[in-house]
Design a protein around this ligand. Structure first.
Ligand SMILES: Cc1cc2nc3c(=O)[nH]c(=O)nc-3n(C[C@H](O)[C@H](O)[C@H](O)COP(=O)(O)OP(=O)(O)OC[C@H]3O[C@@H](n4cnc5c(N)ncnc54)[C@H](O)[C@@H]3O)c2cc1C
Length: 348
């Protein structure tokens, strides 16, 4: 159910609205592709949100909400509209409820929780991007999804220009989905999010790769800080650091199957993972078995350590990425009959 916003009051730095013109999207996104955005507005206080939308309306331009650009890809022709970024920062805590402004770096929110020995988001350590984007695709990793602890988001509703609260039951969360990237895509500007954590630690068994790490290293600290350290090390070994390598992380979603599909996959010898969120075949495995692991295709390197991650090594244009995507998805479909879905969104 929707109700009217009581604006949150986390600590925060409040400055005035910044408007920039013709900013290359390649500089705003971690895949580092894309031509200029006509306008970029960074909102640093709540009252500037309606003003930013009014600016776009007055010029009759479309709006795209941008966070850290870690799951967003630009096109060569750029974007002839207004990119609005949430630049409001601040994290507050009360009774194990953490409220973070959407412009806060997501990993700083995780660190904040772990430092206070609160469990619930430690496995989501080091996911690049902003707190405001976290519920959009219901970020998840190593057995946790943000929906597990999500309580509410304070939003600006661009349909009626009102500030509202979206509760967890409004969000339609599932694997990499919420209403914010499906039925209500682009409608709500997330101002802040509130999560409910609890003192203590995750219970075992942990996600496979965490258990494997523990078995090989003898790690014994499973506190939020301990799991944060383990996850950071696993990710550091396997995933590209967006500061060094251009990428959007997982380029393809995993393939989720129903019972019959999973049975058929198991009969063919495909590894089906029985996760807390359903039955899936890892796209990385499919891409690897289709022969792409470590390959450079149209300037995109298929990450040898996690093949569902594409690294932009030398692609100059969106068309290079599109050609690599087609080659990989066609090969996987021809070999396994699964249609891979792209995870990052595109600014169009
Ligand atoms: C190396 C790497 C590893 C990654 N690992 C993971 C992982 O383990 N798990 C995972 O789930 N993801 C992962 N990702 C993807 C990415 O980190 C997440 O999707 C993250 O939430 C993106 O945040 P962002 O602020 O950069 O969002 P952006 O890319 O800027 O935006 C993503 C979407 O959210 C919308 N959006 C952004 N801010 C707001 C807002 N304030 N209000 C409303 N809509 C908004 C945008 O319109 C867009 O549709 C990874 C990415 C990289 C580069």
């Amino acid at each position: 159910m929707l109700c009217i916003l009581q604006p949150p009051t986390p600590r925060g730095i409040i400055k005035s609205m910044k408007i920039r013109e013709n900013v290359p999207i390649s500089e705003l996104t971690t895949m580092r592709l894309g031509g200029p955005a006509r306008f970029v507005i960074e909102v640093e206080k709540i009252e500037d949100i309606p003003k930013a939308y009014a600016f776009a309306k007055e010029k009759n331009l479309p709006v795209f909400i941008l966070g850290g650009g870690a799951n967003t890809i630009g096109h060569d022709e750029g974007f002839g509209g207004v990119l609005i970024k949430n630049a409001m920062k601040g994290i507050a805590i009360k009774d194990n409820f953490i409220t973070a402004f959407g412009g806060e770096i997501w990993d700083d929110v995780v660190a904040f929780a772990c430092e206070r020995n609160l469990t619930g988001i430690e496995a989501l350590s080091k996911i690049p991007g902003s707190a405001g984007a976290a519920p959009v695709q219901n970020i998840g990793a190593y057995g946790q999804d943000v929906s597990d602890t999500f309580v509410s988001a304070e939003v600006y509703d661009t349909e009626d220009g009102k500030f509202k609260t979206l509760n967890k039951s409004d969000m339609g969360f599932s694997y990499r989905k919420s209403i914010l990237n499906t039925s209500e895509k682009g409608r709500y500007f997330v101002i802040s999010i509130t999560l409910k954590l609890k003192p203590g630690a995750m219970s075992r068994p942990f996600y496979n790769s965490i258990e494997r790490y523990i078995a090989s290293t003898g790690a014994t600290d499973f506190s939020p800080q301990g799991i944060r350290k383990i996850v950071s090390e696993i990710r550091g070994d396997k995933l590209p650091d967006p500061k060094e390598h251009a990428s959007s992380g997982s380029f393809f979603k995993n393939v989720y199957l129903d019972e019959a599909g999973a049975k058929a996959a198991e009969e063919k010898g495909y590894p089906v993972y029985h996760g807390h969120d359903g039955l899936k075949v890892n796209s990385g495995w499919l891409i690897e078995k289709a022969g792409f692991s470590g390959e450079l295709i149209h300037g995109m390197r298929v990450n040898p350590k996690a093949a569902l991650v594409l690294i932009n090594e030398s692609a100059k244009n969106y068309s290079d990425l599109a050609a690599a995507r087609t080659e990989i998805t066609d090969a996987v479909f021809n070999k396994f009959g699964y249609k891979l879905e792209q995870e990052p969104v595109e600014i169009i």
